[in-house]
Design a protein around this ligand. Structure first.
Ligand SMILES: Nc1ncnc2c1ncn2[C@@H]1O[C@H](COP(=O)(O)OP(=O)(O)OP(=O)(O)O)[C@@H](O)[C@H]1O
Ligand SMILES: [Mg+2]
Length: 400
């Protein structure tokens, strides 16, 4: 609705002046008004409240400065030299219609002003045609921009809805697989129990536990993201050693790698490096990155490097895995997005890990960036503030 209005506002809103004089005012007196104010380009002649003519500056000058002009016309009533039938338009007329009418006048009658009247034909003011045309072209430009923005927004919403439906399909799959495994294993365990096969029971129990752990990870991710989005993720601030977290994360990564020929290394300062931040969140960030590295690397190595850049702590998580195409780099931190085709997907996951990581880093006043070569490997760079870094280790903690 708003858009239609901008496309064609009514003329009443554009009135530029409501100057007027009675029709019987002497020409000389009207000329004085024009000479005293350069702002006045035209005056309406109004009797009672009804417009009866219009006199423009060019017409007046032309009349007065003709030979004997002053003598002939100076004392006459202004109505004698005015246009007695100026173009008159109602204030609620649409701008585009008014412009058509103004431009439709015979060539000799075209001047810039038109008279605007209300519903009862009473004088409201003067309006410049130039002003109307400017207004109309602005309105047109605005409406084109608005239409373009609306179509961009529609495209954006379509994309979001596509990503969300892919996510629901994906999450359902990620939730259903461990649940199915848990139910199947529980049934098998019941049989093992009945038959008294304790060893079999133990094997099945550890499989069941790993499926349950998997399920918990997926649910935790979903809950974490909704907490972050609702602004309800609490952050604590503690003094802790980041090197020991790095080593713990490396240990977990080795477990995730299993039997794949991938080495996991930590490159860090020998002693502890203390920072003040939220240790649980820092561990979660590094675990997310390292578990991605473990998931997408089949051979080679994963290196966790601790360093310092200017006044920030810098942690690199690099791998020699499948890498990421340049065009895909900007999709990484978009919630629910995974680069693998849903149909041919080889790796598990909900596509939330990196979004959560980025959001957690925002909460910790940190940041993350990524560089990658498709087919060769990927490096994620995490930065955390180091300003509260109060420890002897700083002195010997060199930038790397
Ligand atoms: N180290 C990496 N090497 C190659 N591709 C990666 C790497 N890290 C992330 N990606 C790509 O980015 C996508 C998004 O990663 P993200 O961690 O957000 O989700 P996920 O690992 O698929 O699922 P989740 O972390 O929720 O279990 C991955 O699906 C993968 O396509
Ligand atoms: Mg992940």
């Amino acid at each position: 609705m708003e858009m239609l209005q901008t496309e064609s506002p009514s003329v009443g809103r554009l009135i530029t002046s409501n100057e007027c004089v009675p029709p019987y005012t002497p020409v000389r007196q009207v000329a004085d008004r024009f000479f005293n104010s350069t702002q006045i380009d035209a005056l309406a002649l109004v009797e009672g409240r009804e417009p009866v003519g219009l006199v423009t500056r060019p017409k007046l000058l032309f009349t007065l400065f003709r030979r004997y002009g002053f003598e002939l016309y100076g004392r006459k009533q202004i109505i004698t030299i005015a246009d007695a039938e100026p173009l008159t338009i109602q204030e609620d007329e649409r701008l585009d219609v008014a412009i058509d009418k103004a431009l439709d006048r015979p060539a000799e009658d075209i001047y810039d002003e038109i008279v605007v009247v209300d519903g009862r034909g009473q004088y409201r003011g003067l309006l410049s045609v130039k002003q109307m045309v400017i207004q109309q072209s602005n309105a047109l430009a605005n409406s084109i921009i608005q239409k373009e923005m609306a179509s961009e927004r529609a495209k954006e919403l379509e994309k979001i809805s596509l990503i969300k439906s892919r996510f629901i399909a994906n999450v359902t799959h990620e939730l259903r697989s461990p649940v199915n495994a848990i139910i199947g294993l529980a049934e098998l365990m019941k049989i093992s129990c009945e038959k008294g096969y304790v060893d079999q029971l133990k094997d099945r129990l550890s499989l069941l536990m790993s499926s349950a752990t998997n399920l918990r990870a997926v649910i935790t991710n979903i809950l974490d993201l909704s907490k972050i989005e609702a602004g309800k993720m609490d952050i604590i601030s503690e003094h802790f050693d980041v090197v020991s977290i790095l080593r713990e994360v490396a240990e977990t990564t080795r477990i995730l790698i299993g039997s794949k020929p991938v080495d996991v290394e930590v490159v860090a300062h020998d002693g502890p490096v203390f920072i003040v931040s939220d240790p649980i969140k820092v561990r979660q960030i590094l675990t997310n990155l390292a578990s991605n590295a473990a998931k997408f690397t089949d051979r080679g190595k994963i290196v966790l490097t601790l360093g310092k850049e200017e006044d920030r702590l810098k942690i690199l998580v690099s791998d020699t895995g499948i890498g990421i195409k340049e065009d895909d780099l900007n999709k990484l931190f978009v919630a629910f997005s995974q680069l693998e085709d849903t149909k041919t997907k080889r790796h598990e996951g909900t596509g939330l890990g990196l979004t959560i990581t980025k959001n957690l880093l925002n909460l910790l006043d940190g940041s993350i960036s990524v560089s990658s070569k498709f087919g060769e490997g990927t490096t994620f760079e995490v930065y955390l503030p180091l300003n509260q870094f109060k420890n002897e280790a700083i002195a010997s903690f060199h930038s790397q």
